[in-house]
Design a protein around this ligand. Structure first.
Ligand code: LMR
Length: 327
């Protein structure tokens, strides 16, 4: 057996946390020969319930689970963490404006960034899942002076997977035949699920679909899938979000499939004309703990407009929380 790696999870007592902890403990992230230490982080009032999760994890007797720490203390929770999933965030309450939501989450992600910077392993990799994920990631990064931008990313993989699955259903093929989908921008209703370079069994998706359906139905369906699930379940997506988070981190750590790409929210350096210093989702290739934006795709006029719309929203979000960003 290899030396254990330490994985920290915030919001570990929530629905996504509950779904992800068991899968990571079972070896779904790093494989069957990599032991893991799980650091489960929650706010004080949730700690009693979290002891129940710890009991259940122990009761699974997973061969790959080495040690569990359950804590409300960031320095203990992030201590020597190699991988961090930031899942806990403040959900939107009744009557809450976007500004209130961003500020409430800023109050969480600013100290989170600081604590990661001070306590985690030097080469830690951090994935932000808690909404509004892109801007939460920006706040955490700006408050983590020991972290480089390539050590933090925000989750768009749920949107990426939704795009694949809905296209697969439409064209009557299995999702595994679909490659090179991109979901650009923000994890919000301005995100752009882009099929221009997507292939189905090697055939360009544009040749298989009705463009009217694509522009007027498909895009909006993907954009609003989160709300559709909330409406049906009476609660946010949980297992699919946990699964997407594992997909995202696994590809980041072990490499994405061949020359195909995935969608990841990463710190913009100006690719495709997107303003720098935003966490924006781009087509991204991963190889062993690194990611690189694929920055040379030809884009049609429609795609450029959609990309700019989501950029505009993220700039607005950044302006609302600028006071939380370190200079
Ligand atoms: C999702 O996309 O399913 C969630 O981010 C929706 C939400 O608001 O929790």
């Amino acid at each position: 057996m290899k030396k254990p790696v330490t994985v920290a999870i915030t919001g570990a007592g929530g629905n996504i946390g509950y779904a992800i902890a068991f899968r990571i403990a079972a070896g779904d992230l790093f494989g069957p020969d990599q032991p893991v230490n799980l650091h489960l982080i929650e706010i004080e009032p949730v700690l009693p319930a979290l002891t129940g999760v710890v009991m259940e994890l122990n009761d699974c007797a997973f061969p790959t689970l080495n040690k569990i720490v359950a804590t409300a203390d960031f320095s203990t929770g992030f201590g020597d963490a190699d991988y961090i999933f930031l899942i806990g965030s403040r959900p939107r309450g009744k009557g809450m404006e976007r500004q209130d939501l961003l500020s409430a989450n800023g109050a969480i992600f600013k100290p989170t960034g600081k604590a990661i910077s001070q306590n985690a392993a030097k080469d830690v990799r951090v994935l932000v899942v808690g909404n509004p994920a892109n801007t939460n990631a920006l706040i955490a990064l700006h408050n983590a002076p020991n972290l480089q931008p390539n050590q933090i990313s925000s989750m768009m993989r749920l949107d990426h997977n939704r795009t694949i699955s809905m296209l697969a259903e439409k064209v009557g093929k299995h999702s595994s035949t679909i490659k090179n989908v991109t979901v650009w921008g923000n994890h919000s209703t301005t995100q752009f699920p882009d099929l221009q370079h997507c292939t189905v069994n090697g055939v360009n998706a544009y040749d298989l679909i009705d463009m009217n359906w694509y522009r007027n139905e498909f895009i909006e369906r993907v954009q609003k899938r989160g709300a559709e699930i909330i409406e049906a379940r009476g609660a946010s997506s949980a297992a699919s979000a946990a699964s997407a988070a594992i997909d995202h981190m696994r590809d980041w750590v072990l490499g994405s499939d061949g020359d195909s790409w995935v969608s990841m929210g990463t710190y913009s350096t100006g690719s495709y004309g997107v303003t720098s210093e935003l966490m924006y989702s781009f087509p991204t290739h991963c190889s062993i703990r690194e990611f690189n934006t694929i920055d040379d795709l030809e884009l049609d006029e429609f795609s450029r407009e959609m990309i700019a719309l989501s950029e505009k929203e993220l700039i607005k979000e950044r302006d609302m929380i600028r006071w939380l960003l370190r200079d």
